[in-house]
Design a protein around this ligand. Structure first.
Ligand SMILES: [Zn+2]
Length: 318
């Protein structure tokens, strides 16, 4: 038994974690307590919480959970045995041409019930225009494994590179996005509406495609709450000059502020704080633009001040 074996057994048997993907164990966060948001990567000797950003090397996590020092933690995990740790191999995925899924129909076409349901979802739930989205290549599937899903394509210089999906029928999982092994690329290395960074001087960074489409042509979606390295360098190296950050408000402090700090040496930055439990799509374009007009492009000192004000606010709330 090696230390890695012991750690694996400890996190699975004592802390109730389970094996997830690419070498990650998943389970509850010992820092903030949120369920199923904490990852431990024994092979890379690290851990991370997707809610509170907490994380230390796995042995320190053990010490924290057990309220002991490192030496005692080491001794304690020695009693956890059984499973054997396997290094997860680094997989290089082969790039494959991306094609639209089986059964794809453009969003504005199809007079049957399915087409009507797809358009009703876009109009009623998302307050967006199916004709506009159809002109950007949106569609839905009337057969195949993505039956009942909206298809939202990503293009780079006009070439289809990926698509995201959204269930509009209510049965099955909400999303059914292509996996990395399908096309050799995942959404964390792509930006929705990336080409617009070369067209407009000003853009908006939002989380989801529906958020981006709520704003219009000069908005990009990062499909998450923070930028991957490749997304960050694409944005920074693009000619876009002014950026308005409008992420969902739950991640204002942990994600939107750090994002603003990372962009401010390179671009003019506005940072919006949306009302609790809302996003750009739910408050709509008009309210988002009102928030934007009231916000100013920030200096580094002003950004620091926002951070400190937020911390003071959080301090007095608790
Ligand atoms: Zn946490």
């Amino acid at each position: 038994m090696t230390i890695k074996d012991n750690l694996l057994n400890y996190f699975i048997n004592r802390w109730g974690m389970y094996e997830y993907t690419r070498g990650w164990l998943k389970g509850d966060c010992p820092y903030c307590g949120r369920e199923d948001k904490f990852g431990v990567h024994i092979g890379q000797n690290r851990s991370h919480c997707f809610v509170c950003d907490g994380g230390e090397r796995p042995l320190k996590v053990v010490a924290r959970i057990e309220k002991v020092n490192i030496k005692e933690a080491l001794k304690l995990i020695g009693t956890f045995e059984g499973l054997k740790f396997k290094e997860s191999e680094v997989v290089e995925y082969e790039k494959k041409p991306v094609i639209l899924p089986e059964g794809f129909v453009p969003l504005n076409l199809g007079q049957g019930q399915l087409g009507k349901s797809a358009r009703a979802y876009i109009v009623n739930k998302r307050k967006l225009d199916p004709q506009v989205l159809a002109s950007k290549g949106f569609g839905y599937c009337e057969s195949g494994p993505l039956f009942g899903y909206i298809i939202m394509p990503y293009y780079i210089r006009g070439v289809l590179v990926y698509y995201q999906t959204r269930n509009f029928m209510g049965t099955g999982p909400k999303f059914n996005n292509p996996k990395i092994e399908d096309f050799g690329i995942g959404k964390s290395s792509l930006i929705y509406n990336q080409d617009s960074l070369w067209v407009y001087k000003s853009t908006h960074i939002v989380e989801s495609i529906f958020n981006a489409e709520t704003i219009g042509d000069n908005a990009i979606a990062i499909a998450g709450k923070s930028l991957s390295n490749i997304q960050w360098s694409t944005i920074v190296s693009s000619p876009v000059e002014r950026i308005t950050i409008a992420l969902d408000p739950d991640a204002f402090y942990t994600k939107a502020l750090p994002l603003a700090f990372s962009l401010i040496p390179h671009k003019q930055v506005k940072l919006l704080r949306l009302p609790n439990n809302q996003d750009v799509n739910s408050i709509g374009r008009t309210s988002t633009m009102q928030l934007k007009r009231r916000a100013a492009y920030l200096s580094y000192a002003e950004l620091l001040k926002i951070k400190h004000n937020y911390e003071r606010e959080a301090y007095y709330e608790t």
